[in-house]
Design a protein around this ligand. Structure first.
Ligand code: ATP
Ligand code: MG
Length: 577
């Protein structure tokens, strides 16, 4: 166990105490300042309530351009911009609950669109800007999009060719043209220029629809996940307890704005807690990232295992080559974080990397290594106060909680907490299948230790059954990555008549390592010694790269389909390298 540098007094110093007295109603009253805690509007809590407070001149967003110049927006400025956008929607005759999509990189207009839409009580839905025309079409049509905000480059590349097939799409607002093109294709700046900068937020009910996010599509066809305005309560407390936001903090979330982390933690949680968000327009670049941490004096940094693995492979020694004295917390989400990565953080930044677990469906962080607690490298941490999380055995649609520690089972969450999804778009049956009684089935397998820490095993779909053993690919991948030649690994089960499934590993070698028989045998021998012959891979294939989703998750189902010569399924979220 390692403790975090205790530079300031962290929130949630006494986890057990907070958990024992936790009530969502109290949190709702605390956040809204109202006796009944009702009427929370995400955008109001994120911006308007700060715009007339001492925080009004604090920078809400700092946008770093490709050339490293940056532009700041204060909370007061953001309030005006987003009110203007809400008025734009009103002027266009958009109705409450209609869906407003974005297809853009990290540009200021995207953030204005998101928060202006929420203010207006329409539903915001972000898309990855790198999607091709077909995945964009699928999502816009499945999501009944009324309005789309995009850039002229993406309009030409992606939207033009699908426009005819989207009769419900009434308006396309383009961020970088100065004049309207037609009644349907409009200029963002012109609309904003003509709109009033004050807007009275309509009465918002806790259960009013707010957000639609499509899942990463790691296990199949992406699902459209619906969230409501009261989800902001989860964003508020996770911001406080997990991300440890304090006034004056500079925070950087590297997630793409096209998936849920980009919204929940790239926009809502930090603003609700009144901190400054750093937004970098560029994609991953190790040297650039380290210098942003240094130059912008980032205090809290939220990133993902895929980026951390890439940084670990580099020769750069961040703590020697950069002045990162302001960096207080590093957090990770999206995939399991190997224990080695947690320790690498400790060695290279003086702080361990804090893993946390959640899903598009949970809307916010659910299990976390809190800054105030001991970190167990390789563990996801403990449940968020206010959310009951357990391990269960599921047989014949019957659920039985497992109370014994260290026993593997399904990770289940008791409904219902503010940010739990309220539906899969147009897929009621799929939604209903996620619940047994009061429990939401996450689809992941995990175990809980005697101290109450949760450990990720695998996605239920990825588990490998070999010679009577249940093997989680993550466990095998973690072990392989301890071999000095291995940069990355992905493990699948390959059907085999005698043992059920055979463990097969796809391995990316570190630069300079030879992909020959000798290296293969050495890695196999190492794995056998570490894990035992029953679990160690029986086959290893060297590959140049491992297929991942745009949100950085290993696509094991694609490796398996390719291995077996089966159809690839939905690969709209596949990252093209
Ligand atoms: P789909 O549901 O379409 O298959 P997805 O599950 O990858 O895609 P997301 O909602 O983006 O879509 O990801 C949530 C999943 O990511 C979790 O269910 C879990 O499997 C994995 N995950 C997220 N964080 C962690 C973590 N800290 N440790 C282990 N797994 C994690
Ligand atoms: Mg999922």
């Amino acid at each position: 166990m390692i403790s975090i540098k205790n530079k300031i007094e962290h929130h949630l110093l006494d986890y057990e105490k907070v958990q024992a007295s936790f009530s969502w109603d109290t949190i709702a009253r605390e956040l809204s300042g109202l006796p009944d805690g009702k009427g929370l509007n995400i955008s109001h809590e994120a911006i308007d309530c700060h715009a007339h407070s001492p925080l009004k001149d604090t920078v809400a967003f700092r946008f770093i351009r490709k050339d490293r110049n940056f532009q700041d927006f204060t909370y007061a400025e953001l309030q005006k911009q987003t009110s203007k956008f809400a008025n734009v929607l009103q002027n266009l005759g958009v109705q409450k609950g209609e869906r407003v999509f974005s297809l853009a990189g990290r540009i200021p207009e995207l953030y204005t669109t998101a928060l202006g839409t929420l203010k207006y009580t329409a539903v915001f839905c972000p898309l990855f800007s790198v999607f091709g025309p077909e995945p964009v079409f699928q999502r816009l049509s499945r999501g009944d999009a009324s309005v789309l905000m995009t850039t002229s480059a993406l309009f030409d590349k992606t939207i033009k060719q699908i426009l005819e097939r989207l009769p419900l799409l009434r308006y396309i607002i383009i961020s970088d043209i100065t004049e309207h093109v037609s009644e349907k294709i409009l200029s963002f700046s012109k609309l904003i220029e003509q709109a009033k900068d004050n807007f009275v937020i309509p009465k918002t009910n806790p259960e009013d629809a707010a957000l639609l996010h499509f899942t990463s599509g790691t296990t199949g066809m992406p699902k459209g996940v619906l969230h409501v305005h009261q989800a902001v309560l989860t964003h508020y407390i996770t911001g406080k307890y997990v991300l440890d936001f304090h006034e004056g903090d500079r925070y950087w979330c590297t997630a793409d704005p096209g998936w849920v982390t980009g919204t929940s933690y790239g926009i809502i949680a930090p603003l609700v807690n009144g901190v400054t968000c750093i937004v970098d327009e560029e994609e991953f670049d190790a040297a650039r990232w380290y210098s942003i941490l240094e130059e912008h004096k980032v205090n809290i940094w939220y990133t993902a295992p895929t980026a951390i693995r890439r940084l670990m492979r580099m020769e750069i020694k961040p703590c020697i080559e950069y002045n990162l004295e302001n960096l207080r917390l590093i957090l990770s989400v999206g995939e399991p974080l190997h224990a080695e990565a947690v320790i690498w953080g400790e060695e290279n930044f003086g702080i361990p990397i804090l893993d946390n677990w959640w899903q598009t469906e949970t809307g916010g962080i659910m299990i976390a290594n809190y800054p105030s607690m001991k970190v167990k490298p390789g563990s996801m941490g403990k449940p968020l106060p206010g959310v009951e999380i357990a391990i269960a055995a599921i047989n014949d649609k019957q659920l039985k909680l497992i109370t014994e520690p260290n026993v593997q089972g399904h990770l289940v969450l008791k409904k219902r907490f503010p940010s739990l999804f309220r539906g899969y778009l147009h897929e009621n049956e799929r939604y209903n299948k996620c619940f047994i009684g009061d429990w939401y089935l996450s689809g992941d397998l995990a175990k809980k230790d005697t101290d109450g820490y949760f450990w990720f095993i695998s996605r239920a779909d990825d588990i490998i059954k070999t010679s009577g053993h249940m093997v989680g690919p993550f466990e095998v991948e973690s072990s392989l990555m301890r071999h000095p030649a291995v940069a990355e690994a992905a493990v699948i089960g390959k059907p085999e008549p005698t043992i059920g499934e055979l463990v097969k590993a796809f391995v990316v070698l570190k630069t300079g390592k030879e992909p020959n028989e000798e290296t293969k045998m050495d890695i196999m021998g190492f794995a056998r010694k570490e894990m035992g012959p029953a679990v160690a891979p029986k086959e290893i294939e060297f590959v140049e790269s491992i297929p991942k989703t745009r949100s950085g998750k290993i696509l094991r189902r694609l490796l398996k389909a390719r291995e077996l010569g089966l159809p690839e399924g939905d690969i709209s979220t596949l990252e093209q390298s």
